[in-house]
Design a protein around this ligand. Structure first.
Ligand code: PAF
Length: 286
C-alpha cells in the first residue's frame, strides 16, 4: 500500500488515475481505525476503482480543553488493517502540510451557523468549521469521485453534504449506517477512554434512543416530553446528557409532530470523562 505525504504526490496520483479513466473513492479518517471505518472502506472498494484513506488528526476541529493530545494515534496498525482489506493508498499529511502558516492563518470553509451551532455545535463551538475546512482541503488533495462518511456523526454528515452542495462540488457524499458492538454501543475511537464500569453502562445510550423511537412509532405526539424522559433515563443510568433531540433528517430542524415523517433522534452525553454521541434515524408511517 502506498503512503502519500504531500499534496503534490497525492494530486499527481489522482490525476494519473483520472487520465486512465479510474474512479476514486475516499474515506477521510483521524486514524485509530475500527470496524466502522473498515466498513466505509469496503463500500468504497466495491464502488470505486481506487480507494484512498486519509489519516490525519485535525487540530482545527478540537477545542482548547478537548482530547487532541490524547487522541489515539496508531498509524502502523491502521496501515496493516488497510493493506489487509485492499485499500490502495493512505494520505497522511503533517500539520505543516495541511496548515503551512499555522492553523490560525488558514482560510476557513464555514457552513451556515444555523446548522453548525445547534446540537454538538453548542458544546463544541468552532468544531464544525474545523471539520468543513479540513474536509475541503482533503477533498482538494485527493480529488475523489465519491467520499464516504459514517452516519454515527450524523450532524457532521449533513454539514458536509450541505458544503458539497453549496460549493458545487462534483463528488458524491455517501453516508453509511453506524456500525455497533453486539450490545448496541456505536463504534468510536473514544470508546477506549471508558472504564470497565462505564463500558457496561454505555450501551444504555442507544437503548434509550430505541425506547424513544418506540414511543414515536406508537404515536407519541409530545416530542419535548419524549426528549425529557430520555434525558431522565440517561441521567438515571449515570450519564450527564448534553442533549436528546428529535429532528428532521436533512436540515436537522426540530421535528414537528404530525408533519415530519423522516426523523432522527440524536443524543450526546458524557459518561465519566468520555463524551459519547449516537443517533437513530426513523421513518414514521404517513
Ligand atoms: O469524522 C472524522 O473522523 C473527522 O471529523 C474527519 C471527517 C476525518 C475530519 O477530520
Amino acid at each position: 500500500m502506498q503512503v502519500f505525504k504531500t499534496i503534490q504526490a497525492m494530486q499527481d496520483q489522482s490525476a494519473d488515475w483520472r487520465r486512465a479513466g479510474l474512479s476514486i473513492g475516499f474515506v477521510p479518517t483521524m486514524g485509530n481505525l475500527h470496524a466502522g471505518h473498515l466498513n466505509l472502506c469496503q463500500a468504497a472498494i466495491e464502488q470505486c476503482d481506487r480507494v484512498i484513506v486519509s489519516i490525519y488528526v485535525n487540530p482545527l476541529q478540537f477545542g482548547e480543553n478537548e482530547d487532541f493530545d490524547a487522541y489515539p494515534r496508531t498509524f502502523d496498525d491502521d496501515c496493516r488493517k488497510l493493506t489487509k482489506i485492499g485499500v490502495y493508498g493512505v494520505f497522511a499529511p503533517t500539520d505543516a502540510i495541511m496548515y503551512p502558516e499555522g492553523k490560525a492563518e488558514s482560510t476557513r470553509v464555514v457552513a451556515p451557523a444555523e446548522l453548525t451551532s445547534m446540537l454538538c455545535g453548542q458544546s463544541r463551538p468552532g468544531h464544525f468549521d474545523g471539520v468543513t475546512t479540513v474536509v475541503m482541503k482533503l477533498f482538494n488533495a485527493v480529488q475523489p469521485d465519491k467520499a464516504y462518511f459514517g452516519e454515527k456523526d450524523y450532524q457532521q454528515l449533513q454539514i458536509i453534504r450541505k458544503m458539497a452542495q453549496d460549493m458545487f462540488l462534483t463528488l458524491q457524499v455517501r453516508g453509511l449506517p453506524t456500525v455497533r458492538e453486539a450490545d448496541g454501543l456505536a463504534l468510536s475511537s473514544r470508546n477506549q477512554y471508558l472504564t470497565g464500569t462505564e463500558r457496561q453502562i454505555a450501551p444504555q445510550l442507544y437503548k434509550t434512543l430505541q425506547a424513544a423511537a418506540e414511543q414515536l412509532k406508537n404515536g407519541a405526539g409530545d416530542y419535548t416530553k419524549v426528549e425529557s424522559e430520555a434525558s431522565y433515563q440517561l441521567r438515571a443510568a449515570g450519564f450527564r446528557p448534553e442533549y436528546v433531540s428529535i429532528r428532521r433528517t436533512g436540515d436537522l430542524k426540530p421535528a414537528l409532530p404530525g408533519d415530519d415523517k423522516n426523523l432522527v433522534i440524536l443524543a450526546a452525553a458524557r459518561l465519566g470523562q468520555t463524551r459519547l454521541i449516537d443517533n437513530l434515524p426513523l421513518t414514521l408511517n404517513p
